[in-house]
Design a protein around this ligand. Structure first.
Ligand code: ADP
Ligand code: MG
Length: 263
């Protein structure tokens, strides 16, 4: 396990060779010296609005060590969500590479990328997207209901239920198993969403403004739940937040400015 920032070097930044198709993923460009959970190498991303190109990320280099709890901070519009989506393989960089552990995402076929995302990455957002007609326990099991055929679901249901209960207990919701979302506070709903993101036992948890919709006390409870899960589930966590106080809870702060990671 490493909780240190990893040095990265990439030989081709700024040269014509670095403007490579997104499928390019030369392994020798990755020069991390210790195992990393997640690495972005020279990542660029722009959005196009008509004929206007809006550059957002302009050469992001970052390596997250296994077991780290890293916060990505920066002004509104600085590209935090854009970077998180790239790290979570929800979108592709225009240039540069994303690595999940030792696997380079760029060269993966879409199906392979989807499988990796489903297996290795849990995602949470500012809004919880719980299903209102289901209890907390059922909501947490939803990814398992969807990800299995009917027979596999029926065969494994008890096992999944046990895991869902255990996760809800770890996030402090052992007394809310049968509650529906409208019977829960915002912080409780977010903690249920976190448990749901972990039902498939991913190694990485990516969170985009998980406390953005919560008051201070509920926000702190969510952060406490994340810290417990990082330790008990051996997770690596990357959390985007615009709240500097919330970011202080992380063991590392990564600041985005002008499309890059600030030194
Ligand atoms: P942050 O999360 O730091 O607030 P974002 O990553 O959401 O920033 O957005 C960075 C910039 O990219 C903003 O100027 C935003 O308006 C723009 N942007 C984000 N998503 C899109 C999109 N799908 N199409 C066009 N512009 C976008
Ligand atoms: Mg954002």
């Amino acid at each position: 396990m490493s909780s240190q920032a990893q040095p990265i070097s990439h030989a081709t930044e700024g040269t014509a060779a670095s403007v490579s198709p997104v499928t390019d993923c030369p392994r020798d460009r990755l020069r991390v010296t210790q195992p990393t959970a997640l690495t972005a190498v020279n990542v660029h991303k722009s959005y196009h609005s008509g004929s206007v190109v809006v550059p957002v990320l302009r050469g992001v280099d970052v390596a997250i060590g296994e077991g780290e709890f890293a916060a990505i901070v920066g002004q509104s519009g600085s590209g935090k969500s854009t970077l998180l989506h790239l790290l979570g393989t929800l979108d592709k960089p225009d240039e540069g590479e994303i690595w999940i552990g030792q696997d380079c995402v760029n060269t993966m076929k879409p199906l392979e990328r989807d499988r990796l995302r489903n297996r290795d990455i849990g995602l949470i957002f500012q809004f919880y997207h719980l299903l209102p007609e289901l209890t907390a326990l059922e909501n947490v099991m939803v990814p398992r209901m969807i990800g299995n055929g009917l027979f596999a679901w029926l065969r494994n249901r008890r096992h999944y239920e046990k895991r869902a209960k255990s996760l809800l207990e770890k996030v402090g919701l052992g007394h809310r198993l049968q509650h529906r979302p409208n019977q829960m506070s915002g912080g409780e709903m977010q903690r249920a969403a976190i448990a749901r993101a972990l039902i498939t036992k991913p190694q990485l948890l990516l969170a985009d403004e998980p406390t953005g919709n919560l008051d201070r006390q509920n926000g702190e409870e969510v952060i406490r739940a994340l810290m417990t899960l990082r330790d008990e589930e051996s997770l690596t966590i990357v959390m985007v937040t615009h709240d500097d106080e919330i970011a202080q809870s992380a063991n590392r702060i990564i600041r985005l400015t002008e499309g890059r990671v600030a030194a």
